[in-house]
Design a protein around this ligand. Structure first.
Ligand SMILES: [Zn+2]
Length: 380
């Protein structure tokens, strides 16, 4: 996610804060200090309300982080890579490499978060119940409720909420079909999103307040539910296709010492998309789409070597990789082309346009879907 700051690293996982989190921090601290606490615990000083508000939001943030950490630690125990946890406007998200998850693993990973929130609910409730100090009673009063809401909300069986992921895992092991399982679980997600939006709109109309939040959350949920279904489709299609089918073997090879102005003159009418800049000591690709504009004066001075992206700086694909690996790497590295290498020789370049074309052919006309299905079916 863009706009994040790294806070710290724990169990080998980067914990990041997205700038949108600060809005929630300010909004919640204000709401708690001026409405919530004065309403339930009247006759305290303003300063006390604000201290309680800020501590509560920080502890809520810790609760969300612990929830995400539980997902991540189960993933790590199952040898699945966890890159980061990001806290943002709608809570937290752990970036977990969820390629080829077994249903059992996905179920455990999904359920771990809400279970930990339930545990936190129990702990905060006990403190609330047992301690006599008004200050901490007020804070734990808020936190036990929020952790309970967090647990219950996430257990709703709508994808991509945790409950929806667990639900999908059950459907996946029942139907042995990840697409069908996702389609059903996404329906649950969309139904819940619509319920949230309607609930929010009714609260706004009846003037009871607090309706904006469900509307926003419902809209967000509806949007990512659809996007996650598309993601599953893309993965399903592209992981059946070998990278060589989306690879381009023809390209112009240019001298690194050539001036950019000369290149423009000579190649403006040609329809190659890819230019390899190469001599015995250098090789790189000229990524015209990602170059910034260069003034005419500079074009005469600057060489192709200075503009080309060295192949040594790009992580290459292997000949045995799938088109899905190419799709992910191309998006991650924000490139149009990626070298495909086998036994240290260059086979060609995976081409983003070709990947997208394959995707359209497969989704619209079923091209290439059957033959590869057979190849994949003998699964352990
Ligand atoms: Zn969760």
């Amino acid at each position: 996610m863009r706009g994040t700051t790294k806070l710290f690293r724990i169990f080998g996982i980067d914990v990041q804060l997205h700038f949108s989190w600060w809005f929630v921090f300010a909004l919640l601290a204000w709401d708690l200090s001026t409405f919530f606490f004065p309403k339930y615990f009247p006759d305290l000083e303003n300063k006390t309300y604000w201290t309680m508000g800020i501590i509560s939001v920080l502890l809520l943030f810790t609760s969300v982080l612990l929830h995400e950490l539980s997902h991540s630690l189960v993933a790590k125990a199952k040898k699945i890579k966890v890159e980061s946890i990001t806290l943002f406007f709608f809570g937290g998200v752990a970036s977990i490499d969820d390629e080829d998850l077994k249903p059992g693993t996905e179920f455990l990973m999904a359920i771990a978060g809400p279970l930990f929130s339930l545990l936190l609910f129990g702990i905060f409730y006990l403190i609330y119940f047992l301690n006599g100090n008004l200050f901490w009673t007020a804070i734990t009063f808020y936190l036990y409720q929020l952790n309970l809401i967090l647990a219950l909300f996430n257990l709703v069986p709508g994808y991509p909420l945790d409950g929806g992921r667990a639900f999908r895992a059950i459907l996946h092991s029942y139907y042995k079909d990840i697409k069908k399982a996702t389609r059903i679980a996404v329906l649950g997600g969309r139904a819940f999103a619509i319920f949230l939006i309607l609930f929010g709109l009714i609260s706004i109309a009846s003037g009871s307040g607090g309706g904006l939040w469900p509307v926003l959350l419902g809209g967000f949920l509806y949007f990512i539910a659809g996007a996650s279904y598309e993601q599953v489709l893309v993965k399903d299609v592209l992981s059946r296709i070998n990278v060589k089918k989306v690879m381009q073997k023809e390209y112009a090879v240019l001298e690194p010492s050539m001036r950019f102005s000369e290149f423009l003159e000579r190649y403006q009418d040609r329809d190659e998309e890819l230019y390899l800049v190469k001599d015995p000591s250098f090789s790189g690709i000229l990524d015209l789409k990602n170059l910034t504009s260069i003034p005419a004066k500079m074009q005469k001075m600057i060489s192709l070597q200075q503009l080309a992206l060295p192949l040594s700086k790009i992580s290459a694909l292997r000949g045995s990789d799938s088109a899905y690996a190419a799709y992910r790497q191309l998006s991650d590295q924000n490139l149009e082309f990626l070298p495909v290498v086998e036994k240290s020789s260059l086979l060609g370049f995976a081409n983003k346009r070709k990947v997208m074309q394959r995707l359209v052919l497969a989704l619209k006309f079923g091209v290439g879907m059957k033959e590869l299905k057979q190849k994949r079916s003998p699964k352990k």
